[in-house]
Design a protein around this ligand. Structure first.
Ligand SMILES: *Cc1c(COP(=O)(O)O)cnc(C)c1O
Length: 418
């Protein structure tokens, strides 16, 4: 009888047990809760500059388009059921026209989704086991954890580094831009402008990465969620501005940080038909075909009103409003940078990204600085070490806030450190 010897039991994906129990943000929440419990009179004074979430409401023309989409759903004549899994043509075309003009990207190479976080994780569905995965340190934790879940790593060591991943250290010496390694990798995660460091890659640096990818038959997974914050006209917004990238790169974009869609949910992934991977028998297979199949099978499209709202980001009025939104956050970033520089701290980022990456005052670790900021200034920042061991000695301040809060953060920070 079956089951006599083998116990009937649902087996779990044991890779999940290798995960470092979502250490960073739960630990921040734990320390903030402890503070508010012990200091109830000061709980209301806390200013959160920790999590990278937008604070300002959706721009009016985007809200109007969103409403219009809902109204269409309320009328039999304009009602829409399931849409294309890849996104509506009106949005895919608007994306290409407005963000990839002249880069050789077709609307059918754009896959609309409900978020970049899920896309950067889901993309692993189309890659097999045994790839060497390169990840920067510090890093957006999603890239690491999704590879752990997929079984692409061994266990973590005492520093939280997983066996089997190729870590690319980002430090003050390389301006927090990962250099091309001597070792070979099959998949490389790059994020520019960077979360958490706010670093951007010059055209030359991206050219070096594309060259490396082509020489090594590797794929670059390029996360450009923050491209709208680029101010320097010399800095590329897309990896496809680099010759040859259409043969080796997938790009992830999101409406979360430009349009303020973190709670609305819309993003897209560009998979050029010219990017290929290898099958077990050595034949080359276009990744576009695999991603299309993956999305058609496991995803049923982003909601119609949401895609209408996303398309409004590219209307003339939408562009003006989104620019004002970005200007607001970048104004915050400039104030935070100035305050930190005036205190003699080492300051990175904040010029083409909504994150300011700051060296802790002499002798303090990332978590020491976190505790000091929380207990003495009632400001929540993110400890750099939470993004990887190379982030030790730094902290991240998010510019996503009201101007009033940022001005208060600058005052308190100045009083605390000077
Ligand atoms: C915010 C962010 C995204 C966007 O994620 P969504 O799921 O689209 O909200 C993607 N990548 C990075 C690095 C981010 O910080």
């Amino acid at each position: 009888m079956a089951g006599l010897h083998a116990p009937h039991m649902a087996m779990i994906n044991s890779n999940f047990l290798k995960l470092k129990a979502g250490y960073l943000f739960p630990e921040i929440a734990r320390r903030v809760n402890a503070f508010t419990t012990e200091n109830p009179d000061h709980a209301g004074e806390i200013i959160r500059c920790g999590i990278g979430d937008v604070t300002e409401p959706l721009p009016p023309s985007i809200v109007a388009a969103f409403h219009e989409g809902v109204d269409e759903q309320a009328d039999r004549a304009t009602f829409r059921g399931y849409g294309p899994e890849q996104g509506y043509a009106f949005l895919r075309e608007a994306i290409v026209e407005n963000q990839f003009a002249g880069m050789g990207i077709g609307a059918d190479e754009v896959f609309v989704s409900d978020g970049s976080k899920c896309d950067t994780g889901n993309i692993l569905d189309i890659f097999g086991p045994g790839n060497t995965i390169a990840i920067t340190d510090p890093v957006y934790p999603v890239y690491v954890d999704t590879n752990v879940m997929a079984g692409n790593t061994g266990d973590a060591d005492e520093n939280g580094a997983y066996k089997g991943l190729l870590y690319l250290p980002c430090t003050a010496e390389n301006q927090f831009v990962a250099e091309v390694p001597d070792a070979r990798a099959d998949l490389i995660y790059l994020c520019f402008p960077n979360n958490p460091t706010g670093a951007v890659a010059t055209r030359g640096m991206l050219e070096a990465w594309v060259r490396y990818a082509r020489e090594n038959d590797a794929i670059i997974l390029f996360d450009a969620a923050y491209e709208a914050f680029i101010r320097d006209p010399e800095i590329p917004h897309s990896i496809y501005e680099i010759d040859g990238a259409r043969e080796c790169a997938i790009e992830f974009r999101s409406f979360s940080k430009n349009g303020g869609f973190t709670g609305v949910r819309c993003a897209f992934t560009v998979v050029p038909k010219t990017v290929t991977g290898k099958a077990a028998d050595g034949t080359r297979v276009p990744l576009h075909q695999l991603w299309n199949r993956r999305q058609s099978t496991k995803f049923n499209g982003a909601s119609y009103p949401v895609q209408k709202a996303a398309a409004a980001v590219f209307s003339p009025q939408g562009k003006t409003e989104v620019k004002a939104l970005i200007d607001h956050y970048m104004g915050n970033a400039a104030l935070l940078r100035e305050a930190c520089l005036a205190l003699g701290l080492k300051v990175f980022g904040g010029e083409n990204a909504p994150y300011v990456w700051v060296g802790c005052p002499e002798g303090l670790t990332s978590w020491d600085m976190f505790d000091k900021m929380l207990n003495e200034a009632r400001i929540v920042i993110t400890p750099g070490s939470g993004f990887g061991s190379a982030g030790e000695g730094y902290f991240r301040i998010s510019a996503f806030n009201s101007r009033e809060n940022v001005e208060e953060v600058c005052r308190r920070l100045t009083a605390l450190v000077s």
